[in-house]
Design a protein around this ligand. Structure first.
Ligand code: AMP
Length: 427
């Protein structure tokens, strides 16, 4: 019986991993340029952390957790990164060390969702959090940085959606206004929305069910109920985005699936590349209450999480950069040991080198060199060993010359640095 990976979990094979490296390198570079430092937190956390931070009536906590019992503790695979980072921020009292902390993370998250293109049960997120800055300027800076990163990755056709959920007071008044609006339409709502009407009516706004979508048409907008401080923050955000020249769309229906958000909420969507219906490449917002909720001091915070599989679906496929590899083909047992030495010397000089010591004919070794895309092949048999030379074949130029053993590394490096076609022989 063939063993398969667990539903919704994917292998990333060597020929795909180059694009992942490229993406991760851009993300690390850009985030570090903006002053974020990496934090690595465990994949497993106590289930209670997610119940307290994400909220027990959210889709994620209600239906999508991978959790298990270990002794008297219920442990969960992290469905997102913000809660763990906030737990670490509080636990290590980072707030006592610096007034503002900028942290980023990159790693797999786990949610038991129905898999489809762009939606998996194990997926990768890169995310960042700023703790200690309450103003809308930092929210706008983060959104602007993200647009810059997506552009740097070649992703166009972006739509930046922004909304404000206000703070607790606004949310409570809005919940009542929405409930009052939907109550008369209750029988037209989906069964799930009818339940949410009691405990979390905001969730009905992002229901995908056509019945619920119809019912919320014309519902009051949270933006009309913002309290003065929330309104000032919201207006400040829009002003800062406008000043930065970052186009945005005001989206009062945007609530997103996590309960911890306050004030600013944003999502960036794209129609680029192979993204289908799962077109949200990243989302984020402010969560000014979470640090306190987890036992820390009152600390404002804002963050985002980006789905790496979705970014890769949206990214244009560029031809992979040619790697100037060198293949070493020893003929016979004595030559095999020498080949290992040469390979080691080449690697020490920074040249990717592969020695094939399985034995075999020159023809089969040359075929292997071709199959791995090697530019150069170093051949050494008994004759070469006796003469103290190695035969250096340029497989692209189709040329060959004998090189003294002591000069192999220098001559290989020189040959690889010449673009193919610029010289007839690696002299
Ligand atoms: P969230 O943590 O739900 O705010 O999601 C942030 C981003 O993570 C989304 O915009 C997606 O790009 C990505 N994402 C969320 N859930 C999944 C999933 N199940 N599979 C792949 N990507 C996901």
């Amino acid at each position: 019986m063939t063993l398969r990976p667990v539903k919704g979990m994917n292998d990333i094979l060597p020929d795909e991993v180059g694009r992942w490296h490229e993406l991760e390198a851009v993300l690390r570079r850009e985030l570090e340029l903006s002053g974020y430092a990496e934090i690595r937190t465990p994949f497993l956390e106590s289930l209670d952390l997610f119940v307290r931070s994400i909220g027990d009536t959210t889709e994620i906590v209600e239906k999508q957790m991978f959790s298990f019992q270990r002794g008297d503790e219920t442990i969960a695979l992290r469905p997102e990164g913000t809660a763990g980072v906030a737990r670490a921020y509080v636990g290590h009292a980072l707030h006592a060390k610096e007034p503002v902390s900028r942290l980023y993370y990159l790693g797999p998250m786990f949610r038991a969702e129905q898999p489809q293109r762009g939606r998996y049960r194990q997926f990768w997120q890169a995310g960042a959090e700023v703790y200690g800055d309450p103003g809308p300027g930092v929210d706008a800076e983060m959104i602007d940085m993200l647009v810059g990163i997506l552009h740097a990755l070649g992703i166009e056709n972006l739509e930046v959606c922004v909304n404000s959920l206000g703070s607790q007071g606004t949310r409570a008044r809005y919940r009542e206004a929405l409930r009052a609006y939907l109550e008369p339409k209750k029988s037209a709502l989906s069964e799930h929305a009818q339940k949410r009407l009691e405990d979390n009516p905001l969730r009905i706004l992002d229901s995908k069910n056509p019945k619920d979508r119809d019912a919320v048409q014309g519902a009051p907008s949270i933006l009309d109920l913002l309290e003065p401080d929330d309104l000032a923050h919201w207006e400040g955000l829009k002003r800062a985005l406008t000043a930065l020249g970052t186009p945005f769309v005001v989206s009062p229906e945007l609530v997103r699936g996590l309960d911890y958000y306050t004030r600013t909420l944003f999502e960036i969507r794209s129609t680029a590349g192979e993204l289908g219906t799962q077109n949200a490449v990243l989302g984020g917002g402010r969560y000014d209450g979470m640090v306190e909720e987890l036992g820390g001091p009152k600390t404002p915070a804002v963050g985002f999480a980006m789905g790496l599989e979705r970014v890769l679906l949206a990214m244009p496929k560029r031809a992979a950069a040619e790697r100037p590899r060198c293949f070493i083909a020893p003929l016979g047992e004595r030559a095999a040991t020498e080949a290992l030495l040469i390979a080691r010397e080449l690697r020490q000089a920074g040249v990717p080198a592969l020695a094939d010591t399985r034995g075999g004919s020159l023809k089969s070794l040359l075929r292997r060199a071709d199959s791995i895309g090697a530019r150069l092949c170093l051949v050494l048999g008994d004759t070469e060993l006796e003469r103290g030379v190695v035969a250096l074949k340029d497989l692209v130029e189709k040329s060959q010359s004998d090189v003294p053993r002591a000069e192999v590394v220098a001559r290989t490096v020189a040959a690889l640095s010449r673009p193919p076609g610029s010289a007839a022989t690696p002299a």
